[in-house]
Ligand binder design. Structure first.
Ligand SMILES: CC(C)(COP(=O)(O)OP(=O)(O)OC[C@H]1O[C@@H](n2cnc3c(N)ncnc32)[C@H](O)[C@@H]1OP(=O)(O)O)[C@@H](O)C(=O)NCCC(=O)NCCS
Length: 296
């Protein structure tokens, strides 16, 4: 039987909804990452359901479209993130309604998301399948003296300049599988640090460090090989005194082992789920960490 909640409309969210989004996240025990929400609500498309009283949001979700919308598999991919329903309204169908709305907005584009245990069943019922997993590591990187400089011979890591951005966006498109210029061009304003690994004159990797409520997060992290990924991480870690977090693709076992040797702890494993594609496009060998799990 329909309930009054079924009648509540779903509306687009704008940066004016930032504080309501943050309040909703905090209600579910997620960090109050205002800057992340601002990025998502400008680069992506947010949707929300207002509480009947109008006091705040009962639910929200963000769809970020990459590549060329409407161009089909291989040319486009959309990321689903920040699906949240306030505890006062949970298990009454709002999460399912928001997801079905998102599927309509995606208009047939292949979809990817990282699923918490709360959302996994819902996503499976909507046709998502597990296609990998990420390991969240947290802590302080204490580079042991025996580890030496992790940079491979001939590779240097330096701060990215404006002139590097086209090459960074090009490398990202190769590795992610579709163009994400809309996100890459926002990184210098969003992140505290954006660094590139250079071999000769070629950019062979890049990494960003951005500030979350309880830690600085390393992501995205793209690198030619694990040694280059280590060099980028060491350089970014050197730029902060705060604890670090990064969400590493579980395939990169050597990097995960190294991070643990350097003092970080694996705290969570999160499934990656996809719909309408068998796996993420691009090059998993060079894709180490997403910007955030909400953007893939
Ligand atoms: C995940 C989340 C968004 C789900 O929202 P929700 O509004 O509770 O979702 P729904 O009500 O549509 O479905 C949730 C469950 O309630 C059940 N349900 C839906 N309507 C119901 C009703 N009227 N009565 C009883 N159960 C109901 C659904 O069958 C579903 O069952 P499941 O637990 O087996 O999957 C919510 O739990 C949440 O915000 N969690 C914290 C944040 C999070 O983890 N988000 C997911 C990110 S990947």
């Amino acid at each position: 039987m329909p309930t009054p909640l079924d009648e509540l409309p779903i509306r687009p969210l704008t940066p004016r909804d930032l504080l309501s989004c943050v309040a909703l996240a905090v209600d579910r025990g997620w960090p109050p990452d205002e800057r992340k929400w601002r990025l998502l609500l400008t680069a992506g498309n947010g949707f929300g359901i207002d509480e009947p009283s109008g006091a705040g949001l009962a639910g929200a979700c963000v769809l970020t479209r990459y590549g060329t919308p409407g161009a089909g598999p291989g040319q486009e991919l959309s990321a689903v993130g920040m699906l949240l329903v306030a505890t006062a309204y949970e298990r009454q169908g709002l999460g399912g309604r928001l997801m079905r709305h998102i599927l309509g907005e995606a208009d047939g584009a292949p979809l990817a998301l990282y699923a918490t245990r709360f959302g996994q069943g819902l996503y499976e019922r909507l046709g998502f399948v597990t296609a990998g997993q990420n390991v969240t590591v947290k802590g302080r990187l204490r580079l042991s003296p025996s580890s030496g400089d992790p940079s491979p011979a001939g590779v240097t890591v330096r701060t990215a300049t404006a002139e590097d951005l086209p090459a960074v966006a090009g490398l990202d498109a190769e590795v992610f599988g579709v163009d994400r210029t809309l996100m890459i061009t926002r990184l210098p304003a969003f992140a505290e640090q954006l660094r590139v690994a250079v071999d000769g004159s070629a950019i062979i990797g890049f990494g960003a460090l951005w500030s979350s409520a309880s830690a600085d997060v390393i992501g995205p992290l793209v690198a030619r090989d694990t040694a280059t990924a280590k060099a980028l991480i060491a350089s970014l870690a050197d730029a902060t005194h705060r604890p670090l977090r990064t969400d590493i693709d579980a395939r990169h076992e050597h990097l995960l082992a190294w991070l643990k040797e350097q003092g970080m702890d694996a705290v969570l494993t999160t499934p990656l789920m996809v719909r309408d594609i068998p796996a993420l496009p691009g090059d998993p060998e060079r894709r180490y960490a997403p910007l955030t799990m909400a953007t893939c």
